[in-house]
Design a protein. Structure first.
Length: 331
């Protein structure tokens, strides 16, 4: 079959949003274990910024993007869970979703239920699967039970708004932080039991007040440098600090010795891609996410839409923390 041409976004060197260039790429047939998918919508995530800037170094040139939804056009040898014509969505390595058409590994591509739109599928896969592994798989000693307090930073972001709803469905008392009253109100409307505007309030003192001095069982932190140290002071003894992002910059090195006096704390650095190394684990997590969305327990909020060609503007908005909920690129 004749190779096809696809518009794609590529960078040739690490740097700012100005490095994002639209180019024509050639797309061929899928090999064993691969599929070819034509995108209908593409998700935007902070990991895209890390890969563009060089915080997560990439081999150049690189086509960015980690999630999308579309229609399967061709299936390689050995792929049995997808067929031509299936609606599908994914969050997957390697990067490359910022395009019209691509060939990629099939193991992390999941059939998208008919009840979920392409835009919702594109917006929710990386962020929804992240919320799933955080609340279902990254739990403190004794697990999480109805009534337990958890602290979630950046609660009005894409992952945060999904986590607020998921935590409410689990009966948890999620304390969400955000940088403005408007963002706090958004988190509250999506299920946060309590909200803290960290621009106005000392979130450590407020957490202690909310929990009657006990602290929370677990902190989920994608902000990084600006929140990590003080988040440790929000934990109850044997509490768990889950770091899963660096929106404000990477966490500085610290001595494990500080964890003992603070209550024999646990610290973990998580990434989605450790959880979706097999098709079976990916499908299990996706099924949980699809069920929560299809049931109406979780609503995927898409607050920003940018054309693929305007991806640099999307990155600028994301880095300036001017976005709420999910952001997608349209074709």
């Amino acid at each position: 079959m004749t190779a096809m041409i696809s518009k794609a976004i590529r960078i040739d060197q690490h740097g700012g949003p100005e490095e994002l260039k639209i180019v024509d790429v050639t797309v061929g047939e899928p090999g064993p274990g691969e599929i070819r998918i034509r995108h209908k919508a593409i998700g935007l995530n902070f990991i895209d910024v890390y890969q563009r800037s060089g915080l997560y170094p990439q081999v150049m040139p690189v086509q960015l993007g980690m999630e999308a939804a579309g229609v399967i056009e061709a299936v390689g040898q050995g792929v049995t869970h997808l067929k031509v014509g299936d609606r599908a969505a994914y969050a997957s390595q390697p990067p490359g979703s910022y395009c019209e058409l691509r060939v990629m590994p099939a193991k992390c591509v999941c059939k998208l239920p008919d009840a979920i739109s392409f835009e919702t599928g594109a917006a929710m896969m990386l962020k929804g699967l992240t919320a799933q592994y955080l609340l279902r798989r990254s739990q403190p000693q004794g697990g999480l039970n109805a009534g337990d307090f958890v602290l979630f930073h950046a609660a009005a972001g894409g992952v945060g708004l999904i986590a607020c709803q998921w935590a409410k469905a689990m009966g948890l008392q999620l304390i969400g932080t955000a940088g403005s009253d408007e963002k706090c109100a958004l988190a509250k409307a999506h299920g946060a039991a309590f909200v803290i505007n960290y621009a106005k309030e000392d979130f450590v003192a407020r957490v202690k007040e909310i929990t009657a001095g006990q602290g929370v069982k677990v902190v989920y932190d994608s902000v990084g440098k600006d929140t990590f140290d003080r988040s440790l002071d929000c934990l109850r003894p044997f509490g768990l600090m889950v770091s899963f992002g660096n929106a404000s910059g990477p966490v500085a090195p610290f001595s494990p010795g500080i964890l003992g006096p603070k209550g024999s704390l646990y610290v973990t650095r998580q990434t989605l891609f450790s959880h979706i190394t097999t098709r079976e684990s990916t499908q299990e997590m996706a099924d949980d996410l699809f069920a929560m969305v299809s049931s109406g327990k979780i609503n995927i909020r898409i607050d920003q839409r940018f054309a693929l060609a305007d991806v640099a503007d999307a990155h600028r908005a994301l880095e300036a923390r001017k976005t709420t909920g999910c952001t997608i690129l349209t074709l």
